[in-house]
Design a protein around this ligand. Structure first.
Ligand code: FAD
Length: 383
């Protein structure tokens, strides 16, 4: 019998196992890839089980757990239900700018509802001319009586079709003067002047990503999030947390495929002995174990540092890069060592690989994670 390396433990784990069983998360993960849709039923189910917003303060309806424990919870959600439900659990985290800087009315109407799994808020940052480099952001919010008029195009956005509202990043314009610094707005996506379309994706198909166009959309002043020009400053702590937490999700997903591959290669015979007796098969799987464990410890350290008030931007960035890289290699081995079936949709490894592959692009690409770390070492290199 295999002596499995222990999974990270926490008193939260039995609750997650219970929810995963009741909501059939593993089966739903597979089904949502074939028929992409936003999983409202499971979202509400996770809300009822209080598994949305594990870090979110209790006063906003979350669990208020310390970051390393949130990482353990997300690892297990990824392990049991793939990226989908772990990312849903993290969804309130992606709206921290709303929670921290929105009016009480907005927080109540959109954020608290999201923690209950009853509302979905997207994030609209990326544009056709601005992704990694946001200096090219072209969406403008022109000051008007009572508020702003928003015009621009946002691309690559998750939940383009399904979100009820989005946090939209734009530059404030008055007359011919456009502010350099960026401002955040909460925009209900049923407002007149908004059109949305979805693009087909390699993975994370349930997110139904796409383009959202804003054509002279009226936004009341009360829907501005915090002060003008402060949005990116507000976004930084959220980004650091979410990068290290996404690392935990990818490692949970990879661990599941790794276990399945260790079992499979120990049982399947070729040329008169188990596949695992071939060093060409066994050694990569042993290396995956070490690489994923190392990435896990690194991510946990970054989360612990952040939790004790030390901002560690380089470590958060490197945690995401390292975990994504280790998880993708592990998932590639899972596909490879399951042979022909590994490449097929009969087994979950190819879906897991496609979904985790997004981790090298979304929330800052792997290259940009290196840029962030390099700026910590050579601060003068920063523009
Ligand atoms: C699954 C998924 C979900 C997403 N969800 C959202 C969302 O909800 N909202 C949203 O606003 N956006 C979202 N995005 C978009 C994502 O944030 C951007 O795609 C990402 O920031 C990269 O920007 P870009 O696509 O413009 O690529 P570019 O910035 O054009 O980069 C292209 C390539 O060049 C590399 N590159 C760029 N600059 C450098 C450099 N200085 N050094 C080295 N390499 C460099 C990049 O790493 C990348 O590989 C999502 C993306 C994915 C895949």
């Amino acid at each position: 019998m295999t002596a499995w390396p222990p999974l990270p433990q926490d008193s939260l784990v039995p609750e997650i196992e219970d929810a995963a069983r009741q909501l059939r998360l593993a089966a739903r993960y597979r089904a949502l890839d074939l028929e992409p849709a936003f999983p409202w039923e499971e979202f509400r189910g996770l809300g009822k089980a209080r598994l949305l917003g594990l870090r979110t303060p209790r006063k906003l309806g979350g669990r208020g757990l310390p970051l390393p424990r949130v990482g353990i919870g997300l690892f297990h959600l990824g392990y049991l239900g793939g990226t989908t439900f772990a990312k849903l659990s993290l969804q309130p985290e992606f709206s921290s700018v709303l929670a921290d800087h929105g009016s009480e009315e907005l927080v109540d109407r959109y954020f608290r509802k999201m923690v209950r799994g009853e509302s979905l808020v997207g994030n609209h940052v990326t544009e056709p001319g601005a992704g990694s480099d946001l200096s090219g952001l072209a969406t403008v919010a022109e000051r008007s009586r009572g508020g702003y008029v928003l015009t621009g195009t946002k691309t690559e956005a998750a939940f383009a079709e399904d979100a009820e509202a989005a946090i939209v990043y734009a530059r404030v314009k008055e007359g011919s003067r456009v502010q350099e610094a960026v401002t955040g707005f909460l925009v209900p996506l049923d407002a007149p002047g908004i059109s949305r379309s979805v693009i087909p994706d390699l993975g994370e198909r349930w997110m139904r990503r796409g383009t959202v166009r804003y054509d002279h959309v009226t936004i009341p002043r009360g829907f501005r999030l915090g002060e003008e020009g402060e949005a990116f400053r507000y976004l930084v702590p959220e980004l650091l947390r979410e990068r290290a937490l996404l690392a935990c999700i990818y490692l949970g997903v990879a661990r599941k495929s790794w276990e399945e591959t260790v079992e499979h290669t120990g049982g399947r015979s070729a040329f008169g002995r188990p596949l695992s007796a071939q060093e060409a098969v066994a050694f990569p799987l042993v290396e995956d174990w070490a690489r994923c464990d190392a990435a896990w410890l690194y991510a946990q350290q970054a989360l612990a540092d952040m939790g004790s008030g030390r901002p560690v931007p380089a470590q958060a960035a490197l945690a995401k890069w390292m975990a994504t890289d280790a998880a993708l290699t592990t998932l590639d081995h899972a596909i490879q060592f399951h042979g022909g079936r590994g490449y097929s949709g009969d087994l979950p490894h190819e879906q897991r690989w496609r979904d985790v592959r997004s981790g090298a692009i979304a929330h800052g690409s792997s290259e940009i994670m290196h840029v962030v770390a390099a700026h910590t070492l050579w601060p003068r290199a920063r523009k």
